[in-house]
Design a binder for this molecule. Structure first.
Ligand code: GDP
Length: 198
């Protein structure tokens, strides 16, 4: 897929403030610092599409971008900000959970996992939540350049083992690196195919 335009649409603090449901949406989420902003910039070809913040927890709103005038890329607030007050964290989670469960035009979630780490509890919990709530998603192992292919495969296998008892069917898995500029077309293909199927 060629990306000819990527335009910031709006930021929403909750589901009620989200734009109309006229376009297919593909949402990106992951723990703070997983490399989500870098990946969104890499995917869209716009360096500043999602602000790459040095402050974990900067992105607290649901951010919408219209791509090629026919689909939306949705940047969801990350989870697992240690320094964010518990009350605020609960509020962000509520908006994200509401979006994930009730957004009719949500086609697929790209759940980002740090490829250089063994399975992290917060990630496993979140993925199991997606499975339990029947939210369509693919797993994206990001920052693949940080680790050898063998090590990454070990982490992927361990992650699959952690979620396997909750899944009837294991999710599709992609790997990518914004730094090494890898995995872009595979990700965009998922989007293209999902739109072609509907
Ligand atoms: P976010 O908090 O998930 O939006 O993560 P950022 O995109 O802000 O990235 C967090 C840190 O990881 C920054 O220091 C980035 O430079 C770094 N980073 C992002 N993507 C990659 C990647 O593909 N490979 C490596 N090695 N580092 C990355």
């Amino acid at each position: 897929m060629h990306i000819s335009s990527a335009i910031f649409d709006c930021s929403a603090p909750d589901l009620a403030s989200c734009p109309d449901e006229s376009l297919p949406e593909f949402a990106f989420i992951g723990r703070s610092n997983v490399g989500k902003s870098s990946l969104l910039n890499f995917l869209s070809g716009k360096r500043e599409l999602a602000r790459v913040s040095n402050t974990p927890g900067f992105t607290k709103l649901i951010n919408f971008f219209t791509i090629n005038q026919n689909w939306r890329l949705v940047d969801l607030p990350g989870y697992g900000y240690a320094h964010v007050a518990r009350q605020d964290q609960t509020k962000f989670n509520a908006a994200v959970h509401d979006y994930l469960q009730n957004r009719a035009n949500l086609f697929c979630v790209f759940a980002l996992i740090d490829a250089s780490l063994p399975p992290q509890e917060l990630d496993v919990e979140f993925i199991v939540w997606l499975v339990d709530h029947a939210v369509p998603f693919v797993l994206v192992f990001a920052k693949s350049d940080k680790v050898s292919t063998t090590k990454m495969q070990t982490h992927i296998t361990a992650f699959k083992a952690r979620i396997s008892e909750n899944c009837e069917m294991l999710p599709d898995i992609l790997t990518c690196s914004a730094t090494a500029r890898l995995g872009r077309s595979a990700l965009l293909n998922v989007i293209e195919e999902a739109m072609a199927q509907k």
